[in-house]
Design a protein around this ligand. Structure first.
Ligand SMILES: [Fe+2]
Ligand SMILES: [Fe+2]
Length: 373
């Protein structure tokens, strides 16, 4: 923080500050210490949500909220305790730049198509048989699949299976809201009618490493859905080699027509922590929201241990020291969503390795998650 100067608390200065505020003017001399601190001070805090709580609350929500009653989606968002008092709800959700939620759809339900300027990503965590219709393309979703809906594309959902289906949504709502860039529109037909072959994008990219020649020019969302089997094969191939010291075996979802992240403002990857893996600690200006897809272990964030297991969600705010540990006898698989593209576009992405204690943080406490009552 810039140095606080006692003179700025004097009566003379305080009186002047009050005087200019009558004219909707503000005193920078008093504001600087809060605005220009020496390093990032995110309001988001590290936090972990247990799957048992989410599962119970989603189940309860099915008793109350139905598509016919409106509300667009049966989604419960992750409200970071650091943003508890902010209005409206959901603006500042999970990190300073990212909103995340879990969404449940019941067999036979339809969630109407809409489009908005916010970019969205989806990671499928439970069930099969539901589909999304994205800009005329009907995409069936299975566990482990990753889908994108870049801003401005129509998207709606339906469910042809026989069990509830759950996925994680990640959007850049905080960025779009603070930039006053929000546009939203409901589809005139309710749920959009498909106009392309089913699973068009995934079928066009069945080969993985080759692209249709038409995609030599930039396409917004050429793949549509990234199937788990292909992601898993990529992880298996990479597992022959040394893991990344901070993230293990990790592969990022990309747009094959540009080579950049699948969604323009948000990054996403799958990372596998091999048995016995203990990453080194680092920190970066980007923030991350993790979903534990398989396995168990813990992450150390700013010295505190966050124990996680299958289905849990973990938030690592900007510039927080963190490391990951697999404590089980099986591999752990984590889905990571992040705001790296936003930070890169703003010229803010920066990373630092933890150099003390051989690269591992000293443990100073253990996080106690809120459990279901
Ligand atoms: Fe949406
Ligand atoms: Fe990291």
């Amino acid at each position: 923080m810039a140095e606080a100067n006692p003179f700025f608390n004097s009566k003379e200065v305080q009186d002047f500050n009050k005087e200019i505020q009558k004219y909707h003017l503000g005193p920078l001399w008093n504001a600087i210490p809060d605005l220009m601190h020496k390093q990032p001070k995110p309001e988001a805090v590290p936090y972990l949500w247990k799957w048992e709580v989410l599962e119970k609350k989603l189940e309860e929500a099915t008793q109350i909220f139905t598509p016919e009653r409106g509300g667009e989606r049966r989604a419960i968002f992750f409200q970071n305790p650091g943003f508890q008092g902010r209005q409206p709800w959901g603006w500042a959700s999970t990190t300073n730049t990212l909103y995340a939620a879990v969404q449940l759809i019941l067999p036979g339900e339809e969630a109407p198509s809409h489009r908005h300027t916010q970019n969205a990503m989806r990671f499928i965590t439970n069930g099969s048989g539901a589909y999304s219709i994205v800009q005329g393309q009907k995409i069936y979703m299975e566990e482990g699949d990753f889908l994108i809906t870049p801003g401005g594309l129509w998207h709606g959902h339906g469910h042809e299976g026989d069990k509830p289906m759950i996925w994680m949504d990640i959007l850049d709502i905080p960025i779009i809201y603070s930039a006053a860039g929000t546009f939203f529109e409901g589809h005139p037909d309710g749920l959009e009618k498909p106009s392309l072959p089913d699973n068009y994008g995934a079928r066009r990219y069945r080969g993985g490493m080759v692209r249709p020649i038409s995609d030599r020019t930039t396409q917004v969302a050429p793949v549509g859905s990234y199937k788990w089997a292909q992601t898993e094969a990529a992880l298996t191939g990479l597992s022959d080699f040394e893991p990344d010291p901070y993230d293990g075996i990790a592969v990022e979802y990309i747009n094959p027509s540009t080579g950049t992240t699948a969604n323009p403002t948000m990054g996403a990857w799958i990372q596998k922590l091999p048995v016995g893996f203990h990453s080194k600690a680092h920190r970066h200006t980007s923030s991350s929201i993790y979903h534990v897809y398989e396995g168990e272990g813990y992450s150390v964030i700013n010295g505190i241990q966050y124990y996680w297991s299958k289905g849990d969600y973990l938030v690592i705010p900007n510039w927080a020291w963190h490391e990951h540990v697999n404590t089980s006898t099986k591999e752990a698989i984590l889905f990571c969503s992040n705001d790296i593209p936003i930070m890169e576009k703003l010229g803010l992405q920066k990373e630092e390795a933890y150099t003390k204690n051989k690269g591992y943080q000293e443990i100073t406490g253990e996080f106690s998650p809120v459990l279901a009552k």
